[in-house]
Design a protein around this ligand. Structure first.
Ligand SMILES: O=P(O)(O)O[C@H]1[C@H](O)[C@@H](O)[C@H](O)[C@H](O)[C@@H]1OP(=O)(O)O
Length: 930
């Protein structure tokens, strides 16, 4: 019989190939009854009366679970239990679970092989295929005790859903004990179903008691068919752990990839290409420039065109990866995959514990968003951006310095112009259509829309920046000479509006030019408002006279429009006058005035961008590229986290209210050290996460099967449209259905834990971590204040508001004290920040360099700590639960799928530097080729 190593020879895949699965379908096997999104089959194992090969030696046992597929009769190693030490009656805490799409049938045979492990350090490192019936070679250090097998159907149909099987030696002769297989149904315990098993595992006595507690089925409540649209390749693990009152809780751990890993970067790169092509076009349309500026423009354009080509190439490459949903840690520095997040997964823990409500805990695990291809020799974004701005500000130059706020503002105004101009033209045409239909109501509503948009348009230019940019452009035209040195200028209007809009700061060096007619722009700009007023006045009069004619009555006196007499047509009293004819010239005037404003403003603001680019080629473009890459990785994770949070909390009215009144906190736990390259990674990560503030979400109703999120916007502001099926969409609050933008508040707390951090603490500098933690603490506090202010007192019906408020306040104070304390490797900071995030209903992230090793230690620790603090995990079982999860759980599978070997990449030296709870169990770590 052929033996395959599940997850090794098939590189972490838990599925048969499509061809194999199809073969199985032809033969018609009996499928297991499925609950949507739930595993098909789950069971737990215990052995009794095992016979030790050498009588004076205590047994350390492990069960290897293999699947014999009914068609090709091949044996695939599927999973293992943990090792239970020193007993002939081992009771295993690690169970077996087959996800919903695993090709398993009632006819499928499961083989259970029991081994005695002599050296734990060798057991879990299964990198080669071993013959099942032969004793393993000596270096594996485990010996075969006995095996048994059963058909899935036999277990499903068995009385009390339990099989007791004899374990036999390899020749099928001698009985060496029994193995019990108990079917598990998470969240579903039959009335009066009790089962007592006692284990005498060293110092860990406990009774297994199943009791009915009328549990709620989480999956029913979740109603998550749409989650399948974004999640892929789930890996499931099952455990049972004792509670402090000697009952059992069941835990299902699930880890899934997301196709958003590739989908979001592709969407984002397309938007960058669109945005940059448009900018390049605007640069070309800047008109005549003096030879100096014209040369600079040519240079800028050639670099910008190259950048666009590069983005296009990356998009083409990524588009070849259709259906991909995972980038491994070993590909982290691949150029074509730079926009894709590293090792992104949903790590989920589902808990069913007696007397308590079932609960779900989600963490998104992902490599720290960072530009690995560009590298970290010169640091990361936080430092690079700061250095870039300082250099720009301090150089004596022929360029004008515009602060980042002002260049962002220039892009904002340009984008508003591009959106509003066609909109206004459409509304103006609709007004004319209403006029030709002579419909007063439709005329009024068209006028309302036209006025609103035109006011927005006029308002967009109410900024000193446009004026100063016009002047700067004037000096750069052929013949335009800057006679005076650049000096900041604050106009009267600027002073008066300082409270409304952020104004040019002192360091913005705006030129002043004595020959330049500053009033001209004011006149052009004001003409738009005036021509709108003329239209309003005309419409009022037309409607009024119409009423007058129809009533035959005098009507009320006409309203006084603020029309400019030079622009307004003289209105002659005329029975049944032609409204279209009357309005048409005024609309033409409005369009002309607008065109004039657009052409001047567009050119001047494009010139602001030209100066930013011209000053610092190519660094400026490289910095933009780096920021785009880091942001793309961060955004893919965020969208994944948001969609999962939305789907799991749709049933919760408190959550939905929080979503549209406050927004969601998104908390990142960073485990990077502040030493060597990881300093640069942390600097990238801090900017990438902070940039997520520019993202808002909008929920829409799905109109087709394509439910993937859609991205719109540009570098300053993005909107992610998340689609929901009609039934779910209908149940949302009105504000969300009406398309209100939903905001996120990203925060990052970092605590380095490895040997590099020891070096940083002893000989280096930890100020980066300290300032990130302090800055982000302030952000959490801000969020907390808004949350308390906007959420009604009964926002969480399960917990008294007062109690919750006190808890949160206490946690925040505690977090603050810990940040201030500047203790070494203070992992308390991470626990407090994560707890605050969970209490605030936020989205949790855990990240290290590649989200593989340190992240795995941290999420498993978090899971077990939650079980201890929220679900009464028996305190004596805390370490054993932690070891089970690290040895046989989803995270070791994560390591396998990244580096094709089940081994956390830690050496002894590294481990000694870790805080104790972050050290994996013996036999799960060692030298690995990462
Ligand atoms: O998942 P990580 O903790 O970032 O993996 C590290 C690991 O912690 C470290 O011990 C090892 O030497 C490697 O540097 C791992 O990083 P890779 O990105 O190379 O997997």
């Amino acid at each position: 019989m052929e033996i395959k190593e599940e997850g090794t020879s098939e590189e972490g895949q838990h599925f048969l190939s499509a061809a194999q699965a199809n073969d199985s379908e032809d033969i018609q096997f009996t499928s297991i009854q499925k609950i949507p999104n739930e595993p098909q089959l789950e069971f737990i194992l215990a052995c009794k009366d095992l016979v030790a090969p050498v009588s004076d030696r205590k047994l350390n046992t492990v069960v290897q679970i293999s699947v014999i597929h009914p068609v090709e009769q091949t044996l695939t190693r599927y999973s293992s239990t943990e090792i239970v030490e020193g007993t002939k009656d081992p009771l295993f805490l690690t169970g077996v679970t087959f996800p919903s799409d695993y090709p398993i049938y009632e006819e499928t045979r499961i083989k259970l092989t029991v081994y005695d492990v002599k050296d734990k350090s060798h057991n879990t490192i299964r990198t080669s295929v071993l013959p099942e019936h032969k004793d393993p070679p000596p270096e594996v250090a485990r010996s075969f005790l006995g095996c048994a097998s059963f058909k899935v159907g036999e277990l499903l149909k068995s009385k009390e859903q339990l099989l007791s099987l004899s374990l036999r030696t390899s020749d099928g002769g001698k009985v060496v004990g029994t193995i019990e297989v108990s079917l598990v149904k998470m969240g579903e315990i039959e009335d009066g179903d009790t089962d007592h098993i006692t284990t005498d595992v060293q110092g860990q006595k406990c009774a297994l008691v199943y009791e009915s507690t009328a549990p709620e089925n989480l999956s029913g409540k979740e109603n998550l068919p749409f989650m399948n649209a974004v999640l892929r390749n789930p890996v499931c693990k099952l455990y049972r752990f004792p509670t402090s009152d000697n009952k059992w809780m069941r835990i299902r751990e699930q880890m899934s990839e997301s196709i958003l890993s590739f989908h979001i970067p592709k969407e984002l790169i397309s938007l960058h290409i669109k945005e940059d092509l448009c900018r390049n076009q605007e640069l070309k349309e800047l008109g005549d420039l003096s030879p100096h500026w014209d040369n600079l423009r040519k240079n800028v354009l050639s670099h910008c065109d190259q950048m666009v080509t590069m983005y296009q190439d990356i998009l083409t490459e990524l588009s070849k990866d259709t259906g991909s949903s995972f980038k491994s840690s070993s590909s982290k520095a691949e150029k074509t995959l730079e926009f894709v997040p590293i090792n992104l997964h949903l790590q989920r823990m589902q808990v069913h514990s007696p007397h308590l409500k079932d609960a779900l805990y989600d963490v998104i695990t992902v490599g720290a968003p960072a530009a690995h291809f560009q590298g970290f020799k010169n640091g990361g974004l936080r430092k690079l951006l700061h250095r870039f701005e300082t250099e720009r500000r301090n150089t004596g130059y022929q360029f004008i310095y515009y602060s980042p706020e002002n260049t962002a503002k220039a892009k904002d105004v340009l984008s508003s112009i591009n959106q509003l101009q066609p909109l206004i033209a459409t509304h103006a045409d609709l007004l004319l259509t209403s006029a030709s239909q002579r419909s007063p109501d439709s005329l009024k509503s068209s006028l309302k829309l036209l006025s609103e948009k035109t006011e927005l348009f006029v308002h967009a230019f109410k900024d000193q920046l446009v004026r100063s940019a016009l002047l700067a452009l004037y000096t750069a035209r052929p013949g335009g000479i800057l006679k005076k040195p650049p000096s900041p200028k604050v106009s009267t209007e600027e002073k008066s509006t300082q409270h409304d809009t952020p104004q040019l700061r002192r360091q913005d060096s705006i030129p002043h030019h004595s020959d330049y007619d500053e009033e001209e722009w004011d006149r052009v700009w004001a003409n738009v408002g005036k021509s709108l007023n003329s239209i309003i006045a005309k419409v009022d009069k037309l409607i009024e006279r119409d009423g007058h004619n129809e009533d035959g009555a005098g009507g009320s006196s006409s309203k006084d429009g603020e029309a400019d007499p030079t622009l307004e047509d003289s209105i002659t009293s005329h029975p049944r006058e032609d409204w279209y004819e009357q309005l048409h010239p005024l609309i033409l005037t409005l369009k002309e005035c607008m065109g004039e404003v657009v052409s001047r403003a567009k050119q001047s603001l494009t010139f602001v961008l030209l100066q930013e680019l011209a000053y610092s080629l190519p660094q400026c473009l490289m910095l933009t590229l780096r920021r785009d890459i880091v942001f793309s990785q961060a955004l893919a994770g965020l969208v994944c986290g948001f969609i999962i949070k939305l789907h799991t909390s749709l049933h919760d009215p408190g959550f939905l209210q929080q979503l549209h009144t406050v927004g969601l906190i998104v908390q990142y736990e960073g485990l990077l050290s502040t030493y060597s390259d990881e300093i640069g990674m942390l600097e990238d990560m801090a900017v990438g996460i902070s940039d997520l503030k520019k993202v808002a979400f909008k929920i829409t109703e799905a109109t087709s099967n394509d439910v993937l999120p859609v991205l719109t916007g540009r570098r300053e502001h993005y909107v992610v449209e998340v689609k929901l099926p009609a039934t779910l969409f209908e149940s949302l609050p009105l504000q969300i259905k009406e398309g209100q933008l939903l905001h996120v508040y990203p925060v990052l707390f970092n605590v380095g834990i490895n040997e590099q951090q020891t070096l940083a603490e002893r000989f280096g500098d930890v100020s980066l971590q300290e300032s990130i933690n302090q800055e982000n603490f302030e952000l959490v506090q801000e969020y907390y204040s808004i949350f308390m202010e906007k959420m009604p007192p009964d926002w969480d019906l399960n917990i008294s508001h007062f109690q919750e408020q006190n808890d949160l306040k206490g946690l925040l104070d505690n977090l603050h004290q810990n940040i201030q304390a500047k203790k070494r490797k203070n992992v308390e900071i991470m626990w407090l920040a994560a707890t605050i995030c969970r209490k605030l209903n936020g989205i949790r992230f855990t990240c290290c360099k590649s989200a593989k090793d340190r992240t795995s230690m941290s999420v498993t620790l978090e899971q077990c700590s939650i079980l201890r603090d929220e679900h009464q995990l028996h305190k004596d079982f805390f370490i054993r639960a932690l070891d089970c999860m690290r040895r046989e759980g989803c995270r070791i599978e994560n390591v396998l799928k990244n580096i094709k070997c089940r081994r956390y990449a830690f050496n002894m030296l590294q481990l000694m530097a870790f805080p104790k709870c972050y050290r994996p169990p013996e036999g799960t770590y060692g030298k690995a080729d990462t």
